[in-house]
Design a protein around this ligand. Structure first.
Ligand code: RFL
Ligand code: PHB
Length: 397
């Protein structure tokens, strides 16, 4: 088989890239290791920045997102037992966040993919990439006992942190920066009304907690837990009891509990690999970088990488110009490092770090107190949370 761009991975990055390229008349094939149901079953992001909303609109998949997504103009910070609102819209000239789950984004993208008629191969085994440092890149995989090959002009590595694309680049050509945090997030999804109409980020002596949602009837909650904990060691009852202990009295009282639909533990990591382009291989999304979820930046960064990549590929095929491809890494990395710094800082401010003692809690509370009482402080959080504009890096910011 031959195509213009072969995309490895059918997560949000791969599906969104496929759709933007298809709309521009560029032929592409997606090769995914898992089944479509497996991809949809992973419960991940919940918050979209305006730029991600704009890119999804451009891809033509925004209809349900606008009808069902919940616009949020603020969120609460809870510390020393009291809640304080960060007025995102008031502090950023009207910008807001949209609560719309990654599962729904993926479902919308899969529907558009099916309608586009472009090929998607699910359950492809032993995916391997070849020849990206020369003029004839290609991808091989196994399916139904056969080895198949796809030739293309470019390979887009959208295969997440554990994918094959970044791992295929020689170590001498890549620099990796990494910080692994000494705790995880235990997430619980339930068909219960959210405890509050906006998100609550909690700094508690017992550890971080987050109250989020997927809709007005479906809640998503997280607890900071030691990495040694397993999902099986947390009954639903134990989860709800611990969440209540980390909340303020009013929220603890109004919290509606119910059976979990999904429970999982995610490790927290900051990771960037540089550069993001190796000849005819271009990485995008979690394949190139990971942020701890505290700042809600991962999916948003994936969306902006993909927008820049689609623009660069369209320029290549339409105008025979490689200016966009040559500048791709640098353009992405500028906003990636800004989001990495914010996510690391917000994680450090909100979590208990083993061995750091009570003084660390006092420092965090003093900083939070400063942030909410200083307009400059509150604006710093708000600006970072709503995210950078798409043309960041092309102009002063
Ligand atoms: P994905 O979603 O990991 O998709 C990669 C796809 O590639 C496939 N794959 C392969 N396919 C073929 N061959 C191989 N060898 C392959 N190896 C892997 C995989 O099966 C998969 O389908 O990466 P992508 O598309 O770059 O998307 C990134 C986002 O998923 C991620 O950044 C976000 O989920 C991060 N994130 C959040 N981001 C936000 O912007 N806002 C949030 O509120 C937010 N909350 C979160 C999050 C991530 C979390 N977890 C579990 C890590 C909350 C959590 C708990
Ligand atoms: C989520 O709803 O899954 C979510 C929301 C905000 C975050 C992280 C995760 O910062």
């Amino acid at each position: 088989m031959r195509t213009q761009v072969v995309i490895v991975g059918a997560g949000p990055s791969g599906l969104l890239l496929g759709q933007l390229l298809h709309k521009a008349g560029i032929d592409n094939v997606i090769v995914e290791r898992q089944s479509a149901d497996y991809v949809l079953g992973r419960i991940r992001a919940g918050v979209l920045e305006q730029v991600a909303v704009d890119v999804l609109d451009e891809a033509g998949v925004g209809q349900r997102m606008h009808a069902e997504g919940l616009p949020h103009e603020g969120f609460d910070l809870l510390f020393k037992g009291a809640r304080h609102r960060i007025d995102l819209a008031g502090l950023t000239g009207g910008r807001k966040a949209l609560v719309y789950g990654q599962t729904e984004v993926t479902r919308d993208l899969m529907a558009a993919r099916a309608a586009s008629g472009q090929t998607t191969v699910y359950e492809a085994a032993h995916v391997a990439i070849h020849g990206f440092d020369g003029a004839h890149p290609h991808v091989t995989y196994e399916k139904n006992g056969q080895t198949l090959r796809i030739d293309a002009d470019f390979i887009a590595g959208c295969d997440g942190f554990h994918g094959v694309c970044r791992a295929s680049v020689p170590g001498s050509a890549i620099t990796e920066y990494e910080k692994v945090y000494p705790f995880g997030w235990l997430g619980l999804l339930s068909d219960t009304p959210p405890v509050h109409e906006e998100l609550i980020y909690v700094n508690s002596p017992r550890g971080f907690a987050l109250c989020s949602m997927r809709s007005r009837t479906r809640s998503r909650y997280y607890l900071q837990v030691p990495l040694s904990d397993t999902v099986d060691s947390w009954s639903d009852q134990a989860f709800w009891d611990e969440l209540r202990r980390r909340l303020d009295p009013a929220a603890a009282e109004t919290l509606v509990t119910g059976p979990s639909i999904e429970k999982s533990i995610a490790p927290l990591r900051s990771f960037v690999s540089e550069p993001m382009r190796f000849g005819r291989l271009l990485l995008a999304g979690d394949a190139a970088h990971i942020v701890p979820p505290t700042g809600a930046k991962g999916l948003n960064l994936a969306a902006t990488d993909v927008k820049y990549l689609a623009d660069a590929l369209i320029e290549h095929f339409r105008e025979r110009s490689d200016t966009g491809i040559d500048g791709y890494s640098e353009r992405c990395l500028k906003r990636i490092w800004r989001a990495e710094r914010f996510s690391w800082w917000f994680t450090s401010l909100m979590h208990r770090f083993p061995g750091e003692g009570e003084i660390a809690q006092k420092f965090q509370e003093a900083e939070l107190d400063y942030l909410i009482h200083s307009e400059a402080g509150a604006r710093t959080i708000a600006e970072n949370y709503v995210g950078l504009p798409l043309d960041f890096g092309l102009r002063r910011a």
